[in-house]
Design a protein around this ligand. Structure first.
Ligand SMILES: [Cu+2]
Length: 143
């Protein structure tokens, strides 16, 4: 988690739900887009690494996920041993840098799933970026 990547954090913190703790073993594919399985109507989190090869910062200001009723950027924090997360309005990816959306850090919260997502499925996410750009991610569902 990179504090530079967070431009603004909204005040509301909620108790950690779908962002459950991960294992501590380094996963070489951790940067590949993926989500955890979840049932219809539930929430899940999207993890990926956003690279910025350009010489200007990129601002991620929105996200849409095909299977989710609502999606937003979240940041996970630890307050006196209790995991919480807060909505983040936008995320800055520095020039020639990257920001990891990963367990226990920044992630995309997908809520109100229209359908169950199961291991082996693929979802499509659109990341809205300034300057004008939209990136489409295909994320595998996996444990
Ligand atoms: Cu979250």
């Amino acid at each position: 988690m990179n504090a530079r990547g967070i431009s603004r954090i909204a005040g509301v913190a909620v108790v950690l739900g779908a962002c459950r703790g991960g294992n501590t073993v380094a996963d070489p594919s951790a940067g590949a887009p993926h989500m955890r399985p979840a049932a219809q109507g539930e929430a899940s989190a999207l993890y990926f690494t956003m690279q910025n090869p350009d010489s200007l910062p990129m601002v991620l200001y929105g996200v849409e996920i095909d299977v989710a009723g609502a999606s937003s950027f979240h940041n996970s924090m630890d307050h006196n041993g209790m995991a919480t997360m807060a909505k983040v309005d936008s995320v800055v990816v520095p020039a020639h840098g990257s920001v990891a959306f990963a367990e226990r850090g920044l992630h995309v919260m997908a809520t109100d799933l229209h359908t169950a997502i199961n291991v082996g499925d693929t979802i499509v996410a659109r990341i809205l970026i300034r300057p004008a750009r939209v990136d489409t991610l295909r994320a595998a569902i996996r444990e």
